[in-house]
Design a protein around this ligand. Structure first.
Ligand SMILES: Cc1cc2nc3c(=O)[nH]c(=O)nc-3n(C[C@H](O)[C@H](O)[C@H](O)COP(=O)(O)OP(=O)(O)OC[C@H]3O[C@@H](n4cnc5c(N)ncnc54)[C@H](O)[C@@H]3O)c2cc1C
Length: 186
C-alpha cells in the first residue's frame, strides 16, 4: 500500500508491516502503451513472440523485435541488434513461403560500468549464463568477461564512437549475432 520512509517500513493493505534497513524496489517492467492500444499485447503490454524466429505467435505477417517482445531475453540495445541480423534472413524466407529458421538464441552483450575507471562485460543467451573468459578474441580479448577491468571501461568508452559511426550507419559489426562459447570457461 505504501512505504513509510521515517519508520523504514513497507505497509500492506492487510496491515502487514515489513521493516527494512535499505529498500531497493524494482517496478514491474511494462510494455509500450502503443502495443496496449493495438490489441497485440499481453497483460503487461508485450507481444507474444516465437522464441527463436521472432514471428508474432498469434498473428501472421507480423515479426516482433526489441523491447516489444515477451521473450525471456534482456531488454537491451544489443539484443535488438542481434535480432535484426537473423530477422533479415527469416523475413526473406517468410516472403518466399519457406520454413523459418531458429536464428535468435537470446544473445545479449553488455558493458557494465562499475566506477573508478573500471567496468564489466557480460555475454550470454537463453541457455548460457554470463561466464568468465576473454572477448571478442578467445584467449586474447582484449576484454575480460564477468571480471572488472580498466580495459572493459575503455571498451565502453570506445563503444560510443562505434555506436554513432558503425551501428547507426548500418555498417557490419565484427560480432556474430549468435553467442559463441569460444573464449569462455565455466
Ligand atoms: C535509461 C535506459 C538505459 C539503457 N541502457 C542500455 C545500455 O546501456 N545498453 C543496452 O544495450 N541497452 C540499454 N537500454 C535498453 C535499450 O535502450 C532498449 O532495449 C532498446 O532501445 C530497444 O530498442 P527498440 O527499438 O525495441 O525500442 P525503442 O528504442 O524504445 O524504440 C521504440 C520507438 O517507438 C517510438 N514510438 C512509441 N510509440 C509510438 C507511436 N505510437 N507511434 C510511433 N512511434 C512510437 C518511440 O518514440 C521509440 O523511438 C537502456 C534503456 C533505458 C531506458
Amino acid at each position: 500500500m505504501r512505504v513509510d520512509p521515517d519508520q523504514k517500513a513497507i505497509l500492506s493493505y492487510d496491515d502487514i508491516q515489513v521493516d527494512f534497513d535499505l529498500l531497493v524496489s524494482v517496478p514491474v517492467n511494462m510494455g509500450s502503451p502503443v502495443i496496449d492500444k493495438s490489441g497485440l499485447g499481453d497483460d503487461l503490454g508485450f507481444v507474444p513472440t516465437e522464441k527463436y524466429t521472432l514471428k508474432a505467435k498469434d498473428h501472421d505477417d507480423i515479426f516482433v523485435l526489441g523491447d516489444a517482445t515477451n521473450l525471456p531475453s534482456s531488454k537491451a540495445g544489443s539484443v535488438a541488434h542481434f535480432q535484426v541480423d537473423g530477422f533479415i534472413e527469416n523475413f526473406q524466407r517468410y516472403v518466399d513461403g519457406m520454413e523459418l529458421l531458429p536464428t535468435f538464441d537470446g544473445h545479449a552483450n553488455c558493458f557494465i560500468e562499475s566506477g573508478h575507471g573500471k567496468g564489466f562485460l557480460i555475454d550470454f543467451n537463453y541457455d548460457v549464463e554470463p561466464l568468465p573468459g576473454m572477448f571478442p578474441m578467445p584467449g586474447v580479448g582484449p576484454f575480460s568477461l564477468l571480471k572488472q577491468s580498466r580495459m572493459n571501461h575503455w571498451g565502453k568508452m570506445m563503444f560510443r564512437w562505434t555506436y554513432w559511426n558503425v551501428l547507426l550507419k548500418g555498417r557490419e559489426m565484427p560480432i556474430p549475432a549468435q553467442m559463441s562459447m569460444a573464449g569462455k570457461w565455466r
